[in-house]
Design a protein around this ligand. Structure first.
Ligand code: G6P
Length: 369
């Protein structure tokens, strides 16, 4: 292990820091392309994409959160209706099938029993157009789908998924661009700009990783807490869910992710000075709304930890701590904003002395129901 870990203490930390390289490898096939070719998803992709008018995403755990982000992209950029289902729910639910659905399964391992069964269930319902976004090229899942996109995150050892998640998001963004172009929703200039932003992602993530020392200092303040709340809005709501999942998985602190607009409908009752509230606050159209949600937290004595962008108009004050990500990254911003949340949970777990790479009761790959 010592050799493989190099300068890192745990696989999770190493894998968090491998994200720029994992993204570069996953995006390598783009080379100098100015357009996303359907062929990236398999030989039959062009014909299949021409026959679909909706997307159904199926996954578990962190991969499910990647699907939730993709829904915002697919509807806003490609104009394709999209639903996202937890595999274990979908496989047993009576649902309405539509043969013009692209069934997208997302999985790091490609061996998650519920995801495999949910895919089979969708096929049994007559939905034959399937795509796997998967990090394991030889996996069962990849063998079962008509189309595939292999993320190139490399082996992920830490039970809590990190680099697999960001590469899944990159793949889902490519899928969004491919569908948007086919549907005439994206002109050549906007597509070239989107590809440029994707290519710059590894460098952008590397700059976010430089925030580690500040995040480490924040982590000290979380380590004696019993509960934490993560808030986000829009495409960053799933990032709040992912931040909460990471914290509970490896530090055993109870954490909940909530869409900030729902605060008044329940979680506000829990807020006091013993419950830190983490807010994902990029500089997007929802920032003003988010700020008023944050004031509600402050008014109840809640301590706020805000991940903003360099240009987010939000300032430090009593009980409001702010860390700024170096740049605002538009629709790809979820890929940057998840990184400090991964680092936060990692450092909280370190302070608490938990088994970071093998948290109690959890498995890397859940191959039984
Ligand atoms: C387990 C892992 C998670 C992972 C989930 C789905 O719960 O601990 O990190 O997100 O399975 O796994 P998959 O391989 O299908 O992405």
């Amino acid at each position: 292990d010592a050799i493989e870990l190099g300068q890192y203490r745990h696989y999770m930390q190493k894998e968090i820091f491998e994200q720029p390289a994992a993204l570069s490898a996953t995006l390598e096939m783009l080379e100098g392309a100015r357009s996303v070719q359907p062929g990236l998803f398999g030989a039959n992709a062009e014909a299949i994409f021409a026959d679909v008018n909706r997307v159904l995403i199926i996954a578990c755990g962190t991969s499910y959160h990647a699907g939730l982000v993709a829904r915002y992209w697919l509807e806003a950029i490609a104009g394709v209706p999209c639903v996202v289902e937890i595999a274990s729910e979908y496989r047993y639910r009576e649902s309405v099938a539509n043969p013009h659905t692209l069934v997208v399964t997302i999985s790091q391992s490609g061996e998650t029993a519920d995801t495999l069964a949910a895919l089979q269930h969708a096929k049994n319902l007559g939905m034959a157009h399937s795509l796997a976004i998967c990090n394991a090229p030889e996996s069962s899942l990849v063998r079962e789908t008509a189309l595939r996109f292999i993320t190139r995150a490399g082996p992920e050892i830490g039970v809590a998924s990190t680099k697999a998640f960001t590469t899944q998001l990159a793949a889902l963004y490519l899928l969004t661009l491919a569908l948007a172009t086919r549907l005439g929703r994206l002109d050549a200039v906007r597509e070239a700009n989107a590809l440029q932003a994707l290519r710059h992602l590894p460098a952008a993530v590397a700059r976010v990783l430089e925030l580690e020392p500040e995040i480490k200092a924040w982590a000290e303040r979380f380590s004696d807490k019993q509960h934490a709340l993560f808030l986000g809005r829009g495409r960053h709501y799933p990032i709040a869910l992912e931040g909460a999942l990471k914290l509970k998985e490896i530090s055993y602190i109870h954490a909940e992710g909530y869409p900030a607009g729902e605060l008044k409908h329940g979680p506000l009752a829990l807020v006091d000075r013993n419950m830190p509230v983490v807010a994902v606050a990029p500089n997007d159209t929802l920032l003003e709304k988010l700020k008023s949600n944050l004031q509600e937290v402050r008014a109840r004595g809640g301590e706020l930890y805000v991940f903003a962008d360099a240009d987010s108009e939000i300032s430090e004050s009593e009980g409001v701590h702010i860390l700024r990500l170096p740049e605002h990254y538009g629709s790809l911003s979820p890929l940057l904003h998840v990184v400090p949340l991964q680092l936060l949970s990692y450092h909280v777990a370190l302070v608490r002395g938990t088994d970071v790479d093998k948290p109690r009761n959890l498995a890397k790959s859940v191959t039984v129901e």
